[in-house]
Design a protein around this ligand. Structure first.
Ligand code: CO
Length: 150
């Protein structure tokens, strides 16, 4: 009985540990439409790093229906989306050397995937962050909250 209890406790502990590890990697998917499959991403500052895997499951090319994943403070979303539009596809619709951009992937088209990895330690858990696609006209719908816990 004692042994069984120990094994059960160990099993629960490793299940919880596995869960917290999984919450540092996020698989996002979007097709030829303007909705990420996730509208909220919760990360912990304890994550050694955060990985965003973005898959475009649609058919359309990047210049027609491109998608990327950009992270800013929520208050900077509109400004970065506007400046990103002006930066153009060659710049992945992300303004160059812009400190408001906390992370950004490349723009991908249908059938493509991309991935980015960044540190979580610099985020402030009292700050509001947002992620979005900066392809022209997409950010009004392709956006979500990026919530950081201590
Ligand atoms: Co998009």
């Amino acid at each position: 009985m004692k042994n069984l209890l120990r094994v059960t406790t160990l099993f629960i502990f490793s299940a919880v540990a596995g869960l917290s590890q999984a919450a540092c990697v996020f698989d996002l998917e979007v097709g030829d439409n303007l909705k990420f499959n996730l509208t909220e991403i919760n990360v912990s500052k304890k994550c050694e790093s955060v990985t965003i895997n973005l898959a475009h499951s649609g058919q359309l090319q990047a210049n027609v229906m491109g998608h990327n994943w950009v992270l800013t403070k929520a208050a900077d979303l509109e400004g970065v989306a506007n400046d990103g539009m002006a930066a153009g596809l060659d710049a992945d619709y992300v303004p160059l050397n812009d400190t408001r951009v906390l992370a950004a992937s490349s723009v991908i088209g249908g059938g493509e995937t991309t991935s980015i990895k960044f540190a979580a330690s610099n985020f402030d858990s009292s700050e509001q962050y947002a992620f979005f696609c900066s392809f022209p006209g997409h950010s009004y719908s392709m956006r979500g909250n990026f919530i950081v816990s201590p």
